[in-house]
Each structure stands twice: as structure tokens, then as C-alpha cells.
Design a protein around this ligand. Structure first.
Ligand code: ZN
Length: 260
């Protein structure tokens, strides 16, 4: 499921292949994926313009084209694909942006994602819904303040896009494991030191994940082993625990992430 680092990869991909190239024609293969415009209106707004520099907020990708901002969300299985040659569309291609020199496709097997248009910042906000600051660019004082007033358990808080934007299941588990914090720990029970360790770990994990454009299954990372049958902590070899927390399958080490 695309998280901050995957979308960062899509941002770089779009910048590399599509930015600055005139949009000849937008072809909507699946009208349901053009979430807030008809296919004709999407074409009218974009045809003849060119994509600017894409930006990312959490799991959202935003790119200006002419007077419009195009927003993309990748749901569970969305991705971007560039093809320089005119080829038959892939079965999961939903919207094709035919550009000078090739085609950028918004591809999404399970169709939980989509493409939206907005004309103003207010319209952008209406599409994304309330979002906290991006998990990679939030400052320590702001992060601290956000956690300060927060009730409930740690993992659901980090997954909440209105608190900080961009963290999904894999990133959360990796960050908590590396920071040695229990996913069920009360946010209000964290010491200042623990909050700061959480922040520093979040940044380090995000920077590394962004280099890979995904949460990488690196040696010594939880992500590398979490789906194994008899998954064990890369630090201590103990068998990882598993439970559904905040609606998602969560893995953690019973020793390194003891609850205080
Ligand atoms: Zn351990």
C-alpha cells in the first residue's frame, strides 16, 4: 500500500518523465477514477497545458497544470507508469496523460485511488480533507505539540493523517520498532526523551525509505522479516508479536518494545 516513501518515488518519477512536457490529450479509460470531474472536464482543464513541478503532502501527490492543480492518491495499489512508445494500455491503466514524447499512466488495480482537479487552495483542502503536517517536514516543536494534546495509543495516533500525514502501516511499525516503543503505549505516557527519540527515528526511517521509494526490507529492519512465517526480532531473535491495532496487522518485539 503506497505510503509517504512510495509517493515520494512517484513524485520523482513524474518530475523526471512528465514535468515540462505539453499535455496533448487526457484519455480517461475508467471514468470512476476521475473523482471530481467528468472525463471531458478533465481533458478541457489539462489539454494543451504542461505539468509543473510535482509536490507531495503525506500520501498525496499534487501537480499544477495550467490554472488547475491535479491531485493523485494511490489508494492500495496505485502507481504511475511512463511509456515512451504508443503501446496498448495495461489492463489496470485508468487515466492516460498523452504528453509530447510519451504517455504517463495512472494505473490502479484495486481502484481505491483516484485523480482529482482543484482550482484553489480551498478546493485542494476539500479534496484531501484535513491533513496534519507532512511527516518528513514537520519540525520537532510542532511534532511535540501535536503529541502533547493527543489521547489514545501511539500507533493509531501516528497512522492518523490529520495528526501527521504520510505514515502507513509499514512505516509506523518500522519507526516504532527502531525507536523501541510499544505500539499500544499511551501517547500521553511518553517522556520528552521518548518523544524526541520517536521524532529522530521517524526522520531517519523516512529519509532512508525515500531513497528506496518504498519501505525497504533492509538487513536489520523490521520490514525485512515481518512477513516471515516465524518472524523474529532482527535485534534479539525473539519471536515477534502480532495483533490488530488501529485496524492493521501490527508486529513488534516483546522485549525491545515492552510497554512501560
Ligand atoms: Zn527484540
Amino acid at each position: 500500500m503506497p505510503e509517504l516513501s512510495d509517493v515520494e518515488g512517484f513524485r520523482r518519477y513524474l518530475a523526471r518523465y512528465a514535468t515540462g512536457k505539453p499535455i496533448d490529450r487526457v484519455e480517461v479509460l475508467d471514468p470512476a477514477i476521475a473523482r471530481n470531474r467528468t472525463p471531458a472536464a478533465l481533458s478541457r482543464a489539462l489539454d494543451g497545458n504542461e505539468f509543473g513541478d510535482p509536490r507531495r503532502h503525506g500520501k498525496w501527490l499534487l501537480v499544477d497544470a495550467g490554472a488547475a492543480t491535479c491531485l493523485m492518491h494511490f489508494g492500495m495499489t496505485g502507481l504511475l507508469h511512463w511509456s515512451a512508445a504508443r503501446a496498448a494500455p495495461h489492463p489496470h491503466d485508468r487515466i492516460l496523460f498523452h504528453l509530447r514524447g510519451g504517455t504517463l499512466s495512472y494505473r490502479d488495480m484495486r481502484r481505491f485511488g483516484g485523480v482529482w482537479l482543484a482550482r484553489t487552495e480551498d478546493e485542494v483542502a476539500a479534496v484531501t480533507g484535513p491533513l496534519g503536517p507532512d511527516a518528513l517536514s514537520v519540525s520537532l516543536p510542532v511534532f511535540d505539540e501535536l503529541l502533547e494534546g493527543r489521547r489514545g495509543a501511539l500507533k493509531p495516533a501516528l497512522m492518523d493523517q490529520t495528526l501527521v500525514a504520510g505514515l502507513g502501516n509499514l512505516l509506523c511499525d518500522e519507526i516504532l520498532w527502531q525507536a523501541r516503543l510499544n505500539p499500544r503505549e499511551r501517547v500521553s505516557g511518553l517522556s520528552v526523551r521518548q518523544r524526541h527519540r520517536l521524532y529522530a527515528t521517524m526522520r531517519a526511517v523516512l529519509r532512508e525509505a525515500n531513497r528506496h521509494a518504498r519501505v525497504p526490507p533492509l538487513e536489520g529492519w523490521l520490514t525485512g522479516v515481518r512477513d516471515e512465517r516465524d518472524a523474529r526480532c532482527p535485534r534479539c531473535g525473539r519471536r515477534l508479536l502480532r495483533a490488530t491495532i488501529g485496524g492493521r496487522t501490527t508486529r513488534w518485539c516483546p522485549y525491545h518494545q515492552r510497554r512501560r
